[in-house]
Design a protein around this ligand. Structure first.
Ligand code: HPA
Length: 234
């Protein structure tokens, strides 16, 4: 047990999918995993371990924002020995060619700050995906009926961002979408020699203000889970 995860040693798999929402973790376990058991309920941040195509996998909620994400990822890697961590989440679209329902695979993450800032200080470290996982996810996406983009995303500390000038520069520099966790995942994975990837469905759009209707969320979320699982065990 750690401060935030109640699992016993050995109850967490080396491969962990990390949705922000704990109820998504439950839905993924029920929909995609065999023999899933709940391995964490501390603070309601549900985690489950089961198998997918015979491969052992844990799905652990991370909460929203990099400080929350960082707590779970640190404990998963350092205390439970997680080796492959894949964030699956939603993001806001930031380019006109990126549409609501599309999938984005994050090659790299732009950020203003992360919980690792205290360690990296004035270094503008470039958080990047594990290339093997990235390539496998791109390959897996070809068999899923969804438009997929690969590139730079913005990991923000604010959902209600009032810096319009900043958004303009992101868009100008080709950033595909905005979310709130992946940069810290990529930095932690680099530090602890783990493999990391982040895959997103575009749930809303900063330019068109379109939002994914709730009845479409499950299907698009499922496509992304499929891509993440295929990539993890390719
Ligand atoms: N901003 C930040 N995170 C998000 C968004 C957004 O617009 N949409 C989904 N996650």
């Amino acid at each position: 047990m750690t401060v935030h995860i109640g699992a016993q040693p050995g109850q967490i798999a080396e491969t962990v999918l990390m949705p922000g929402d704990p109820y998504r973790a439950k839905w993924i376990a029920e929909t995609f995993l065999q023999d899933a058991e709940c391995i964490n309920q501390v603070r309601g941040m549900l985690g489950f371990t089961g198998t997918w195509n015979g491969n052992r996998v844990t799905v652990q909620g991370s909460g929203m924002g990099m400080p929350s994400f960082s707590i779970y990822a640190n404990e998963l890697i350092r205390d439970y020995g997680a080796k492959t961590l894949i964030r699956i989440g939603s993001c806001g679209g930031m380019q006109h060619h990126v549409k609501v329902r599309d999938v984005i695979i994050a090659m790299t993450c732009t950020t203003m700050s992360t919980p690792s800032r205290g360690i990296l200080r004035d270094l503008n470290f470039a958080p990047c995906a594990d290339y093997g996982l990235l390539a496998a996810a791109v390959e897996a996406a070809k068999s899923v009926d969804v438009t997929t983009h690969v590139g730079n995303i913005y990991s923000s500390d604010t959902f209600y961002d009032e810096r319009n000038d900043l958004q303009e520069q992101m868009i100008r520099h080709g950033v595909l979408g905005v979310e709130m966790e992946a940069a810290e995942l990529y930095i932690l994975a680099a530090r602890h020699k783990a493999r990391a990837l982040a895959v997103f469905t575009v749930s809303d759009h900063l330019l068109t203000h379109e939002a994914l209707p709730s009845e479409d969320r499950e299907k698009t979320f499922g496509d992304m889970v499929e891509i993440a699982l295929e990539a993890a065990f390719a």
